[in-house]
Design a protein around this ligand. Sequence first.
Ligand code: HEM
Length: 231
Amino acid sequence: MDNLATYFDSFFFIALPYVAFFTFFLVTIERYRRRKFTYSSLSSQFLENKQHFWGLVPFHYGIITVLAGHIVAFLIPREILWWNSKPLRLYILEASALIFAILAVVGLGAAMVRRLNTSKVRTVTSRMDWVILALLMLQLLTGIEVAVRYPWGSSWFATSATPYLWSLVGLNPDISYITAMPFSVKLHIINAYLLILLFPFSRLVHILVVPNPYLWRKRQVVRWYRKPRNA
Ligand code: HEM
């Protein structure tokens, strides 16, 4: 049983992240070289605009802020621990992260309902879109579960997740930080790797096409540069 747990941990926390990042870089670069014009979110704004706005805008503000928080805790863990050394500052950080996480869930939920309910939008939604939407939702919900059930995650992220992630970067993986973590934390991390793995095969690639003015430009209608499926 112990052996099985060791294999499980080694597979999901050593092999999977390397496979995910390797695929991410290789396929992303190759796709850009060969099929540059597929680097798009394939906007469906022209099919339906109102629900699109109320889903996508809160989702993007929420997820961008939460991901920025993860990156800051990865890059400057000491400063995060210093900030959290005063309880009030810790509460402010944790509460703000939670608010943005909930904003992202509400936005993503609205975007999913729109894709189900608006027949024109449903028609142009691929299987991969649904897989990505489901994984994103799972990522947000497990993140919120972790934040609520195991409090002060911003501090223990800095002391456990950050050294683990740096050990991967240094090609000297140390999973001792992760092996004793509860199941929901493990699921949150594994699901993040799955998202990174599928990133280059999905419309998530639009993130890499900067400038990315969706969030502040005036409303505009976007046409696809793609033949319809049945043409
Ligand atoms: C696709 C990438 C990821 C997304 C979208 C994501 C999303 C989230 C969300 C929405 C939360 C809740 C925020 C809060 O209320 O505090 C969260 C919390 C958390 N995530 Fe992630 N996450 C990602 C990757 C990761 C990875 C790779 C790790 C660790 C190796 C990780 C570790 C944590 C921890 C420890 C918390 C709790 C933080 C706290 O309580 O303040 N996440 N994540």
